[in-house]
Design a protein around this ligand. Structure first.
Ligand SMILES: Cc1cc2nc3c(=O)[nH]c(=O)nc-3n(C[C@H](O)[C@H](O)[C@H](O)COP(=O)(O)OP(=O)(O)OC[C@H]3O[C@@H](n4cnc5c(N)ncnc54)[C@H](O)[C@@H]3O)c2cc1C
Length: 236
């Protein structure tokens, strides 16, 4: 996209330590170089992070999924991308490294705006850690796109654990957005009016800018549709 014009380009593809998918102390560790297709086919991911497993087929097409990496998607920080929203919904932590050492940044603090992250210029993402899915946890991943494989017009990564619900929307702001007002309404209101109240409250969480695909009002409407579907799926 010519957004950056580096004088030096370093290919990290052959740095083996940046790859792999493994379970460590109950948590799921996905190496930055793990390809989307590898993540989607991993039984470990399906078991420990079913939300991510559900999200992968929505990322473009097999040719892209065979090349695109988990770390690359997070570092790129496209606000309409699927994996950043999953990372926030799952309370994931990114492992960053530079010659100065290593540090961990929570996904909810990592995304700063359109293509903007907490990465310093000399840092790379080495891996992402996802805490174990708790017993009784549920997840729902939904997306509305013009055609299968396109970037989302609006999307929702929802993770429910006993006593905790995360609704993270994407494609409707400059980064993944946790819908706290809508979540509170879902948890507070009596069952009969719960979904309608949450859909109304969503206007306090989201103020989507228009883009090439839809204007802001349409995106908010679509986000409300997704919220209704997710609430029904989580209650089923
Ligand atoms: C036609 C097309 C359709 C696509 N559709 C979708 C889609 O529907 N949904 C979606 O989510 N994505 C989509 N993508 C993006 C794709 O899935 C990749 O995630 C994205 O292109 C990043 O690719 P990459 O991992 O090869 O990283 P690169 O392209 O190599 O890098 C992207 C940026 O991140 C930086 N970077 C990469 N890895 C690291 C790291 N480990 N640490 C620090 N910085 C790093 C690079 O310096 C660069 O600035 C699409 C891409 C294409 C080309």
């Amino acid at each position: 996209m010519r957004l950056s014009e580096p004088r030096l380009l370093i290919d990290i593809n052959h740095v083996a330590v940046l790859g792999g998918i493994e379970e460590r102390g109950g948590a799921l560790r996905i190496g930055a170089l793990a390809r989307h297709s590898e993540v989607g086919a991993s039984p470990l991911v399906a078991r420990l992070a079913p939300l991510v497993h559900q999200a992968i087929p929505h990322i473009a097409h097999p040719a892209i999924r065979n090349r695109g990496t988990f770390g690359g998607s997070l570092a790129h920080a496209d606000p309409a991308a699927e994996l950043p929203a999953c990372a926030v919904a799952l309370d994931a932590v990114l492992l960053l490294a530079s010659r100065r050492g290593e540090r961990k940044v929570a996904a909810r603090d990592f995304f700063r705006g359109i293509y903007a992250t907490a990465l310093a210029p000399d840092e790379i993402v080495t891996a992402i850690e996802i805490p174990p899915a708790p017993a009784g946890g549920r997840s729902v991943f939904l997306e509305l796109a013009r055609r299968r494989g396109d970037y989302a017009i609006a999307g929702l990564a929802a993770a429910a654990r006993p006593g905790d619900l995360r609704l993270v929307f994407f494609g409707v702001g400059d980064r993944p957005i946790e819908a706290k007002a809508a979540t509170a309404a879902l948890q507070r209101e009596p069952a009969a009016g719960r979904v309608a109240a949450a859909q109304a409250a969503l206007a306090r969480d989201l103020d989507p800018p228009g883009d090439l695909q839809a204007d802001g009002a349409t995106k908010l409407h679509l986000a409300r549709v997704l919220l209704g579907r997710a609430a029904a799926a989580l209650a089923a």
